[in-house]
Structure formats: C-alpha cells, structure tokens
Ligand binder design. Structure first.
Ligand code: ADP
Length: 191
C-alpha cells in the first residue's frame, strides 16, 4: 500500500509516518529529511539547496523528483509513505509516472487538516524545545521562514487537494487531535 501524507508544515506528517514505519513495515520517504541530509553532508547538491530551504522556499522539482526516483527503485517492503512530497502539481504528475513504471499504485492521499495558528505554535514550540534541550533549532523553524513555508504551501501545494480529489484519491482527516486520535483516523483509511 502506497500513500501520501499531505498537509502544511507542522501538520504532523513526520510523526504519523514514523509510527506507520514501526507498525506496518512501511518505508517513509521524506524529501525534507533527504534534503537536510544532503545539506549536512556538504555535497554539491546540498550546497545548492541549503539557501532555498533555510529561507522556506521550495527546492526545484528536478532535484526532489530525482531523489524520489532513486528510492522507488529499491526495496518496497510494506509500501511507501510519501511525506512532504509531492509539493507541486509537476511533482504529482512525476510521481504518478514513476509509480506506473514500477507497477505500483497510489492507494490513498491523506490530507491532514490543521489551523494555521496551531501550525505556527507547534513549529515555534518545537524550535524553542530544541534550544532548551541544548541543541539548535532547524534553520527554517523561525517566524520569517515559516511565513514563506506557509505561503509556499498555499500557493504551490494546496492545489494538490483538488487534483487528488478529482482523481478520487483524497481522504481528509482532522489533524488537530491528539497524536493517537490522528493515528486512529489514519488507521481507518488504511484498513
Ligand atoms: P515542513 O513540512 O515542516 O515544511 P520538510 O522537512 O518537509 O518540512 O521540508 C523542509 C524544506 O525542504 C521545505 O521548506 C523545502 O525547502 C524543502 N522541500 C522538502 N520537500 C520538498 C519538495 N517535495 N519539493 C520542494 N522542496 C522541498
């Protein structure tokens, strides 16, 4: 079973994906994690994407599609969870083509709905916790980059809601509840 977790930054996609990995042997494909890894490893690609990521904008479709393509060719285990990908209509079309090439299907697109003020609270809270624990916050977890990230979501990613709705693949759930409540909503969709 292959699914997309769709939602704005701070919706809780990564938290839910991690539990699905544990409990259903699925593979989490987070382009955000892959890009942060590239950024930290200092590769040429990492250097190119660092500035864009830190400001809160989107990295080029070409780069993220390339990252996903590589992963789809590997072991598929209990299926893929796409987390933070696709983020543009071009990425959504590319994903459909890549899945078809692999003889795979997209089984559900789960939209996690959360209010904007909660997102800002969660992300700035996460940044403050990291600092309080003696670490450093993510370079894009600050008020200014967060505004850019939310705008990128509404302008470039939210059209995917209509796109997948039209394809009959969209299921929207309430992402505002406790972690276990959201988990239960997702479990209902997965069956
Ligand atoms: P969040 O969902 O909290 O915004 P992510 O970890 O998913 O965080 O993404 C962090 C950053 O990585 C994004 O703001 C963007 O710069 C880049 N990024 C991640 N995934 C994509 C993607 N599919 N397309 C373009 N840029 C991406």
């Amino acid at each position: 079973m292959n699914i997309i977790l769709l939602g704005p930054p701070g919706a809780g996609k990564g938290t839910q994906a991690a539990m699905l990995v544990e409990e259903r042997d699925m593979i989490q494909l987070s382009t955000g994690d892959m890009l942060r890894e590239a950024k930290n490893s200092g590769t040429e690609m990492g250097k190119r994407v660092a500035e864009v990521m830190d400001s809160g904008g989107l990295v080029t479709d070409e780069i993220v599609i390339g990252l996903i393509r590589e992963k789809l060719e590997g072991d598929k285990k209990g299926g893929f969870i796409f987390d933070g990908f696709p983020r543009t209509l071009a990425q959504a079309d590319a994903l459909a083509a890549l899945l078809e090439e692999q003889g795979e299907t997209l089984d559900a697109v789960i939209e996690m709905q959360v209010d904007d003020d909660v997102l800002v609270e969660r992300i700035l809270g996460r940044a403050a916790e990291a600092v309080a624990a003696g670490g450093t916050a993510r370079a894009d977890d600050n008020e200014e980059s967060l505004k850019v990230r939310l705008m990128a979501y509404y302008k470039q990613t939210s059209p995917l809601i209509g796109y997948y709705h039209a394809k009959g693949q969209l299921v929207s759930i309430d992402g505002l509840g406790k972690i276990d409540e959201v988990k239960a909503s997702i479990a209902k969709v997965l069956g």
